[in-house]
Design a protein around this ligand. Structure first.
Ligand SMILES: *[C@@H]1O[C@H](CO)[C@@H](O)[C@H](O)[C@H]1NC(C)=O
Ligand SMILES: *[C@@H]1O[C@H](CO)[C@@H](O)[C@H](O)[C@H]1NC(C)=O
Ligand SMILES: *[C@@H]1O[C@H](CO)[C@@H](O)[C@H](O)[C@H]1NC(C)=O
Length: 305
């Protein structure tokens, strides 16, 4: 595959394909494991093309890494991914933002052999811009630079992070972290595919939670090919599987959420504190994952109440 010759970025219907591979269960998608991911990936080789630079850059701000932007307006509806633990009681109505899944906006995930020959370092940015034919300071160039820097930041206290430029490297990294003897399960939010309103009120139908000693969220990053920023926090996270009914259309979203129980070491300017109106460390901060994120947890013992 020639990934250097055209400006529109290769994309694939990644999340949708994963869904098709495993069908839609009663709860948030639980993919059986690597096999499903690989199948999804291989099906996705007939990619459509699109430029998702802007959208991805925007979404990128939601990460809770050390450099999270504090300049975003608290009125930006897309920041409504955060919730408080007590918000997800059955019967409660909660406003949440789930980005509309555009089948043309996920960059193509490449096999490891293909990406290994391409440097992945901000020190190589001038070379990379030439390689992908993006003019300096173009939106694509800026997004690439931002992604590379984000991948190079040191983790915050208690955090483990890595960027994966292929699924193979994602799994290798996860195995090294969890131990090769630990079975892994991957979860993702299922959101009705043709919703037209990203920001809606939802009624909580049910919520199950489990303390997870270790979990990793992998977020797609803006880049000419598929790059995931994966990070996990030791000890202080709780996994939530939340069934939501939209007020518009009466449709069901099975959301995967995570609660960070101790936020005392977070950047005090983190958008979550503004959205929830709380101080760092005063209460857990929870957020839902968009449907194109992959959430990795040990498969056993995973007892969710
Ligand atoms: C998508 O929306 C259309 C009309 O809005 C509806 O007819 C169709 O059944 C929906 N598709 C799915 C998969 O729900
Ligand atoms: C949710 O419901 C409240 C109360 O009815 C309303 O004020 C608010 O605008 C709604 N939010 C969304 C995103 O529809
Ligand atoms: C939260 O983390 C801070 C900094 O690591 C630590 O000092 C504090 O004891 C923790 N609080 C709780 C309730 O665990």
């Amino acid at each position: 595959m020639d990934i250097g010759s055209t400006k529109p970025w290769n994309i694939l219907i990644y999340a949708i394909l994963i869904l098709e591979c495993v069908g839609q269960g009663r709860t948030a998608r639980e993919l059986a494991g690597e096999g499903d991911i690989q199948t999804a990936y291989h099906h996705g080789m007939d990619a459509h093309r699109h430029d998702r630079c802007k959208e991805m850059t925007h979404r990128h701000m939601h990460d809770h890494g050390p450099s999270t932007s504090s300049s975003s307006s608290e009125f930006d509806p897309s920041l409504n991914i955060f919730f408080k633990v007590e918000d997800v009681k059955p019967g409660n109505v909660i406003s949440l933002y789930f980005p509309i899944k555009d089948p043309f906006t996920t960059p193509n995930i490449l096999p490891r052999e293909e990406v290994e020959s391409i440097p992945f370092s901000s020190s190589q940015l001038p070379y990379l811009l030439k390689f992908f034919q993006f003019p300096l300071h173009s939106p694509q160039a800026n997004a690439m630079e931002e992604t590379l820097r984000h991948c190079e930041f040191s983790p915050i206290q208690g955090e483990t992070k890595f960027c994966a430029t292929s699924l193979e490297s994602m799994l290798d990294n996860l195995r090294a972290i969890f131990g090769s003897d630990v079975g892994l399960k991957v979860l993702a939010t299922t959101h009705p595919e043709n919703t037209t309103t990203p920001f809606q009120n939802y009624t909580v139908l049910s919520s199950r939670r489990a303390g997870i000693p270790r979990m990793f969220g992998c977020h797609p990053m803006p880049y000419p090919y598929g790059v995931f920023y994966c990070h996990g926090q030791e000890g202080d996270t709780e996994l939530h599987l939340i069934t939501l009914r939209s007020e518009e259309g009466n449709r069901i979203t099975e959301a995967v959420g995570v609660c960070h129980m101790n936020t005392s070491y977070w950047d005090p300017h983190h958008a979550a504190f503004k959205v929830l109106g709380i101080e760092p460390g005063s209460a857990p901060v929870c957020h839902v994952f968009p449907s194109d994120n992959l959430v990795w947890v040990p498969s056993s013992p995973l007892s969710i109440n």
